[in-house]
Design a protein around this ligand. Structure first.
Ligand code: PLP
Length: 437
């Protein structure tokens, strides 16, 4: 097998982790060894593994009908799911277009944004603006959004460069490594000035601004200062461009709100959801749009969609997941668990080689540095975070290493507070094991 995002030489040489079964937030290998999943299967898992409610919904739908496609046919599960999503989304997002993955939901949003401007008679609005080091998916369309980036992210861009369309980017709100050299005390979120500059300079050529609202998870949990998203939204509005909120990772309570946008009272023009939409059981995603955008296509057709768009099994499981989300107060649990996370992360800040600890809700990143004063990173050859993650894994905990020497964690809201404490304490020990006290 050829694995995604995996250096195959190293993978074939190492002792591979095989997950045969799972129980709640624990993954179990064929020998019965248990691993606490600190990354909730890349942000998918919402209610834990082995939930009978989700399994039953899947089986019940499969008994009624398998796939019937949404191509000029409808089915109750997708219709009901669309209504539920519109009811939960920030105000104004009343139209729901289904896809299968986060990447294809973002592709849909990009196509809808551009086609909207074409329908409005402004086809020259064909450029997208994103944040540096943002992550929006794997397709050529979504990796084209990587305007200016640091090293590893740039490797992706460099590799595929001739295939990508041009896009622009504005500064990410990285307060630990401020792109404009400010400190929090002397800053009014001035990194957004770079967005304003682009929109002034490129007047009439921008289709939309796309952001991961309030936190760039895969960039190393870059949690924006409060007010950042509202400021970005205000600038986009003032310049008459569309705003796309990519909530593929941030949706469903992980940031302390059902949708991260809502925490700053922002209603974007397009919003994407995926990953945990089915509780992580099946691949399903959606792009939500305002009535204004939908209306622009009424007389014509939105040239987009794929075979499995809004498939019945996925929609049925998503409905069951939303039932659990409400019945078990997942949002409340996520908020309470985030407080445990904050408490547990406090001592981590004092470790000699921890430069920064960032958190928004249940997303956390620990940035390792060779020198706390200069904030200099370890030499790449030291593979510091990979070694820490391997040590944590040997002790039964799975967390992610991302470029820039950041350990990232995104535990499921279904994790128990005791397990979360075990998670953070094991990671702390692993940091100590590799970098000292
Ligand atoms: N958008 C964001 C913000 C993401 O974090 C991700 C994946 O991590 C994606 C889009 C892509 O989703 P998928 O991997 O389901 O295509």
């Amino acid at each position: 097998m050829w694995y995604p995002w995996t250096p195959m030489d190293a993978w074939m040489a190492e002792d591979q982790l095989v997950v045969e079964r799972a129980d709640g937030c624990w993954l179990i290998d064929p020998d019965g060894k248990r691993y606490l999943d600190g990354r909730s299967s890349m942000g998918m898992n919402l209610h834990g593994h082995g939930r009978p409610e989700l399994v039953e919904a899947l089986v019940a739908q499969a008994r009624k009908a398998g796939e019937t496609t949404l191509y000029r046919v409808s089915h109750p599960a997708a219709v009901e799911l669309a209504a539920r999503l519109a009811g939960m989304a920030p105000p104004g997002l009343q139209r729901v277009f289904f896809a299968e993955s986060g990447s294809t939901a973002v592709e849909t949003a990009l196509k809808a944004a551009y086609a909207y401007w074409v329908a409005k008679g402004e086809p020259e609005r064909s450029t997208f603006v994103s944040m540096t080091n943002g992550y929006h998916g794997e397709t050529l369309g979504t990796i084209s959004l990587r305007g200016v980036n640091t090293e590893q992210v740039d490797m992706i861009r460099k590799t595929y460069e001739p295939l990508l369309y041009p896009s622009l980017s504005f500064h990410q709100p990285n307060c630990y490594r401020c792109p404009i050299g400010r400190t929090r005390a002397d800053c009014a979120i001035d990194c957004t000035d770079s967005l304003e500059e682009i929109l002034v300079r490129e007047k009439g050529r921008i289709a939309a601004v796309i952001v991961e609202p309030r936190v760039q998870a895969l960039a190393g949990v870059i949690a924006a200062p409060e007010g950042h998203l509202a400021k970005v939204a205000e600038i986009a509005r003032r310049h008459g461009v569309l705003l796309i909120a990519d909530e593929v990772l941030t949706g469903w309570g992980r940031t302390g709100a059902t949708f991260s946008c809502a925490a700053e009272g922002v209603s974007p023009d397009l919003l994407t959801v995926g990953k945990a939409l089915t509780g992580g059981y099946l691949p399903l995603s959606a792009t939500l749009a305002t009535e204004e955008i939908f209306e622009a296509f009424r007389g014509g057709v939105f040239l987009s969609g794929s075979t499995y768009s809004g498939y019945a099994l996925g929609a049925a499981v998503a409905l069951a997941s939303l039932d659990l989300y409400e019945k078990e107060d997942v949002l409340g649990r996520a908020r309470a668990l985030a407080e445990v996370l904050t408490e547990e992360l406090e001592p981590v800040r004092r470790l000699t080689h921890v430069g920064d600890v960032r958190q928004l809700g249940l997303l956390a990143g620990i940035e390792l540095v060779a020198d706390r004063d200069t904030r200099e990173l370890f030499p790449p050859g030291d593979r510091i975070v990979e070694r820490i993650c391997t040590l944590a894994r040997d002790s039964g905990v799975l967390v992610n290493a991302v470029p820039g020497d950041v350990i990232t964690m995104l535990p499921s809201p279904s994790m128990s507070p005791e397990d979360l404490r075990f998670l953070i304490r094991t990671v702390t020990e692993a940091i100590r094991g590799v970098t000292g006290p």
